[in-house]
Every structure is written in C-alpha cells, then in structure tokens.
Design a protein around this ligand. Structure first.
Ligand code: 4NP
Length: 144
C-alpha cells in the first residue's frame, strides 16, 4: 500500500500528515507533495516542524516536491487536504487512471470539518495537528 498526501505548498499540512501517518502505520509507504512549486526542495516550515516535534513527530527529513500526473500510477491512494487540492490533483489525472483521490477529513467525520485549514495562513499549527491526527487514525482504521 502506498499513500500520497497532497497540499498546496508541501511545507505544512501534507508533510505533517505524512509524519503523523508514518508514525502510526510504519508498514504503509508514504510520501507527500504540493500542487504548487514555490517550495520545492525545502524542508517543512519551521513552525510546523516545531509543533510536530512537540508531539513526537520528526519531519526534518522531508523535502517538498511538486505533485505530477505520474503520481497517479505510483500510489494506491492520493489524499488532499482541501477542496482546491482535490481540484488541482484531478486536473492532472491521466486518461484511464482509477486511482482514488480523497479528502483527508473524510476519514474523521466526527471532526465536523470538511477541510484541513492551512496553518501557513491561520497560524494554528497545533490545531492543524490535532485534526491531522484524527484523520490519520481514521485512515489507519480503514486501510490498516
Ligand atoms: P501547505 O501551506 O499547503 O499546507 O504547505 C502553504 C505553505 C506555503 C504556501 C501555500 C500554502 N505558499 O504559497 O507559499
């Protein structure tokens, strides 16, 4: 099983999702990517790394890359953090690809939240992690 987490910049939400989920599910192959290219090659955003480290997740090895159409063939499941991520991902879907693309929050319906708010803008890194952990637990329960 290979799961790809996708957000816009690949420096806040999707690296946090990858870091949390790989800690919960070491048997699942994970990666993350951004639909934008601004931060390619950069480590996760400092405040995001700090908030994650405070909960025991080390994100320091991760580096941003841009999502590409080839990712549809490389992964079994692609997970976006918000509706615009999903739209940007779907725009690149190759003809004939049936790879599922899902919202991360779909795995935490009890949260009552439909998207993972971007802490790069909200500055609520800890709140984003709380939601990411709930979504990751739901994903683990589904794909184990
Ligand atoms: P992310 O947050 O999508 O959660 O990584 C962002 C970080 C940076 C930018 C956008 C979103 N940016 O435009 O620089």
């Amino acid at each position: 099983m290979k799961v790809l987490f996708v957000c816009l910049g690949n420096i806040c939400r999707s690296p946090a999702a990858e870091g949390v989920f790989r800690a919960m599910a070491p048997g699942v192959q994970t990666d993350s990517a951004g639909t934008g290219s601004w931060h390619v090659g950069e480590p996760p955003y400092g405040p995001m790394q700090t908030a994650a480290r405070d909960r025991g997740y080390d994100l320091s090895d991760l580096r941003a890359r841009q999502f590409t159409a080839a990712d549809f063939a490389r992964f079994d499941l692609i997970i976006g953090m918000d509706d615009s991520n999903i739209a940007n991902i779907e725009r690149l879907r190759p003809a004939g690809s049936a790879t599922p693309v899902r919202l991360f929050t779909a795995y935490a319906p009890e949260s009552g939240v439909s998207e993972v708010p971007d802490p790069y803008y909200t500055r609520d890194f800890d709140g984003a992690l709380t939601l990411v952990e709930a979504c990751a637990r739901g994903l683990l329960a589904e794909i184990g």
